[in-house]
Design a binder for this molecule. Sequence first.
Ligand SMILES: *Cc1c(COP(=O)(O)O)cnc(C)c1O
Length: 385
Amino acid sequence: MSDVPIPFARPWVTDDDRAAVDRVLRGHILTHGPECTGFEADFAAFLGPDAHCVSVSSCMAALHLAYLSLGVGAGDEVVVPAQTHVATAHAVELVGATPVFIDADPATGNVTPEGVRAAIGPRTRAVSVVHYLGIPCDMPGIVAVAREVGAHVIEDCALSIGARWDGVHTGLFGDVGCFSFYPVKHLTSGEGGMFVTRDADLAARAARVRGFGIDRTHAERSAPGVYDVAMLGLNYRMSELQAALGRSQVGRAGEVLTRRAANFTAVAGALSDLDDVRLIDAVDPRASQSHYCAGLVLEGPLAPLRDRVAERINALGVGTSVYYPHPVPRLRWYRERYGDPGDRFPVASRLSDAGISLPVGPHLAPGDAERVGAVVRLAIGQSRP
Ligand SMILES: *Cc1c(COP(=O)(O)O)cnc(C)c1O
């Protein structure tokens, strides 16, 4: 067995990617250019028919734009998963709305239609979900519950590029899907994100808010400076350099997903007969997941030993992570605003406190996934009291 450490994640950047960025640098257009529109078109084609894409500077920006463009704000409540990246909740706070946190299903780490229904009240204006570790939520069920009360649906798809429910890509069920191209995610543009919607008017509105609220694009101006501003806006644009990299990466999405699936299967196989551990995975036959990582959960006598097991795994040369280290309501900003959650989110807390995220990315060389599995077995054996 090789002893070169295997990191949790490493961006996969090829000569083609480098050439694409270099071509932009040799030209004169660094923003407002054809790479962004090309990336938007290519990503829309990857997602499927009806997708309108607006490239942005991050997934956080896409989430913020979603609430700004839909007009969600002060006095409104938004249902938010407790087990997610803080960005999912921060976007709600930033527009002055109130997050109402809900717990997850233990098998998938996802919120459920029943969980959403129980959190809906007279002030609910939107429901947000995260496709946890790339496992799609039951979106038809969640959208149906939200529509009963006229609430919008925002999907945080930062980990779900390639994840589908009944063949339909995540991000195309609700009003807006928000994607991330941060370096450790499935595809990267360095930093970057995509605002996705099936509503062409909403896409146009989001594109204006993205660029200071200016009422026409460079291409739509009859002369430089001929524009007006009738709304507030931000600068959440992606640069041409980032778009060229992201666009080049989208061309390899199929290969990325195939390699991740094979690595996940190898890691799962190596751990299948171990006691007191389980892997988070899709359980519904309609769900096909995108294998962001192998989400191991320690149970029974192993659960309190998570830090020790993770340290052993790292010492044996395999990088790990935790998705996510705390349920959002346990983070200080949220505790100070809404009080200590205590044990109100037992599943989210278990995923945070007893979970270990293992690498399955395309940076793994042949044999590495088997090595990850073997290292985890060994580390667990060494950690048992
Ligand atoms: C990584 C992540 C984000 C943040 O993405 P950025 O592109 O860095 O803003 C948001 N939501 C989830 C679920 C994430 O995992």
